[in-house]
Design a protein around this ligand. Structure first.
Ligand code: TEU
Length: 564
């Protein structure tokens, strides 16, 4: 199938604008801040930048509660600032990907404001309002047992509307009713407008959740809970029909625009069906099997010890399952996940090498790698010292529910320190000034406790840093199409006993034009055989031409890369 689109050989860099860089000193990152750092992005060598939502929002869920899909939140800047960023990226060969949150709006969006005020409003059917049902003792209650991912019921009674309304996330995020054609038309128009404005593509937030089953039936309650989070209820035919419609509109407007579906709970079969290379309805999916297996029943708040064997099995299943047939976003972290350098790596000496290994896995895998801001620095979890420092609605709701359930404060703090999304949302440290040089104001969230040790300036100056290794890996991916397109073959499948002291073996220098196009100096690789390693003989099962080997000696101080 066709794999010649730009995103099939691209590396995407995810930016959480609130925490990237603050140019105007109000303590919140902004678009001018990102603009100030485009040469850093060019130096890294990434091909596209995905911004999480930058639209007007009350920030109940840090922008995933959109109050106006076509403007820019004043705290981030103006549309002109966004266009300036778009142009600066484009000049350096990079595209801008926007986040479309189409499963729900903010309750402060004009559509919801109109809908809740007047049952006759044309916007009433934009959402799921329901009068509720009477239980045996005549009490009114929600129409089903669905739970909100942010705690409690997925239904809230609204006095103004005199009805319940559905919100799979926070109560300030009412779900849109995609069965209502005017909803689909309105959202498609919004996507088209952003394409006209020069967006290079979209990441569609929880886009499989738009397939609400007709009749809104009860789901299977989660063990120990009154609520159901039953993704099996989703109507897949509906998802395919609506997503397919949106995909065709986007491609008709700009075939080069990438369409990325964030699809929590997606199965490998669905991923193959939706991203099949010959007739996709999504160019790639963001899957979750490898970021939910370390929680009991997929519940992040019931963490299990990290089991690298299980991780490898899941990773291999998806890599082999998709190879040559479908496509996915390859990621280990993002703004919703704890930091990979804490989640997948034992503490202590191995952190530095472990972080290199993770970036090597990410950047040599089949699919499009998504590097989330700070992963090039190996930032571990922030781990706040007090609950008051948490900003994330999911974490604050969870802490309240744990407290009501009698959990001790220090246990809540430990659990959030391990699983909260805020672990990956603290500001990027740029310099060795106390708050990491992110802002000259008061940061909206606590700075990273290890900013002083891991900041960008220090790593830029160190050729042995994780930043340097990550940059080299991005360049390597450029030199080895096999990294993105080659079949994924676990070493044990080739029976090769890889010589233990083999180090990174990178044949051609990265084409200089890759870096020149970004106005950055070329990055020569170590010549073969340097470092005194034994050459990999061509007749060894792992020395086969066209095979990409990314190996390293695992001495703790090594900045070399390691075998996935
Ligand atoms: O995340 C969807 C999603 O699955 C998350 O709820 C994830 O499972 C959870 O955060 C893990 O702790 C998207 C956005 O990425 C997230 O930031 C939003 O909060 C959410 O949708 C609602 O828009």
């Amino acid at each position: 199938g066709a794999r010649s689109s730009w995103w099939h050989s691209a590396v995407v860099y995810e930016i959480y604008p609130m925490s990237f860089y603050d140019a105007d000193g109000d303590g919140v990152g902004d678009l001018r801040g990102i603009l100030a750092k485009v040469d850093y992005l060019a130096h890294l060598g990434v091909d596209a930048v995905w911004l999480t939502p930058i639209y007007p929002s009350p920030w109940a869920d840090n922008g995933y509660d959109v109050a106006d899909y076509l403007s820019v939140h004043p705290a981030f800047g103006t549309l002109e600032d966004l266009y300036a960023l778009r142009d600066a990226l484009r000049k350096r060969g990079m595209r801008l990907i926007l986040d479309l949150v189409f499963n729900h709006t903010s309750d402060e969006h004009p559509w919801f404001q109109a809908a809740r005020l007047d049952p006759q409003s044309p916007f009433r059917d934009f959402y799921y309002f329901h009068p509720g049902i009477r239980d045996e003792d005549g009490e009114r209650r929600p129409p089903n047992n669905w739970g909100s991912f942010f705690g409690g019921s997925a239904w809230t009674w609204d006095e103004q509307a005199q009805a319940y309304y559905l919100h799979l996330f926070d109560r300030k995020q009412p779900d849109l009713n995609w069965d209502h054609p005017p909803v689909r038309r309105a959202l498609t128009d919004i996507a088209r407008t952003w394409l006209v404005r020069g967006a290079g593509g979209f990441r569609l937030d929880v886009i499989n959740f738009i397939g609400k089953p007709r009749g809104l039936p009860n789901g299977r309650p989660e063990p120990g809970s009154a609520y159901a989070y039953d993704l099996d209820l989703l109507d897949r035919e509906k998802v395919e029909r609506y997503v397919g419609e949106l995909y065709r509109v986007v491609k008709a407007q700009n075939p080069e625009a990438v369409v990325i579906g964030e699809t929590p709970g997606v199965t490998l079969e669905e991923a193959l069906r939706w991203t099949r290379l010959e007739a996709p309805i999504l160019d790639m999916v963001i899957a979750f099997d490898h970021v939910t297996f370390d929680g009991e029943g997929g519940n992040k708040w019931r963490p299990l010890p990290f089991d690298v064997g299980r991780f490898k099995k899941i990773w291999t299943r998806w890599q082999k399952g998709l190879s040559g047939r479908g496509w996915w976003a390859v990621y280990l972290g993002n703004h919703d996940q704890p930091r990979p350098a804490s989640r997948y790596v034992r503490d202590g000496a191995y952190r530095a090498v472990g972080a290199v290994a993770l970036n090597a896995l990410l950047l040599t895998a089949y699919g499009t790698p998504f590097l989330y801001q700070g992963e090039e620095l190996g930032l571990p979890n922030a781990g706040f010292s007090s609950l008051a420092e948490y900003r994330d609605v999911e974490s604050r709701n969870a802490a309240r529910l744990f407290r009501e359930a009698g959990m001790a404060e220090e246990d809540i703090l430990a659990l959030l320190g391990r699983r909260s999304r805020d672990n990956a949302r603290v500001p990027i440290p740029w310099t060795d000034d106390p708050a990491g040089g992110f802002t000259r104001g008061n940061p909206w969230i606590s700075p990273h406790p290890r900013a002083g040790e891991l900041h960008v300036a220090r790593q830029l100056a160190d050729p042995g840093s994780l930043l340097a290794a990550t940059r080299a890996l991005i360049g390597l991916r450029r030199a080895f199409p096999a990294a993105a397109h080659g079949p994924f073959v676990p070493l044990e499948d080739v029976g090769g006993d890889v010589p233990p002291e083999v180090i990174a073996y990178l044949r051609p220098a990265v084409p200089a034009e890759h870096f020149a196009a970004r106005g950055a100096e070329a990055h020569p690789f170590a010549e073969p055989g340097s470092g005194g390693a034994r050459e990999i003989s061509r007749d060894s099962p792992v020395g086969r031409p066209g095979t990409l080997l990314v190996l390293a000696n695992l001495s703790p101080d090594s900045a070399a890369v390691t075998v996935p």
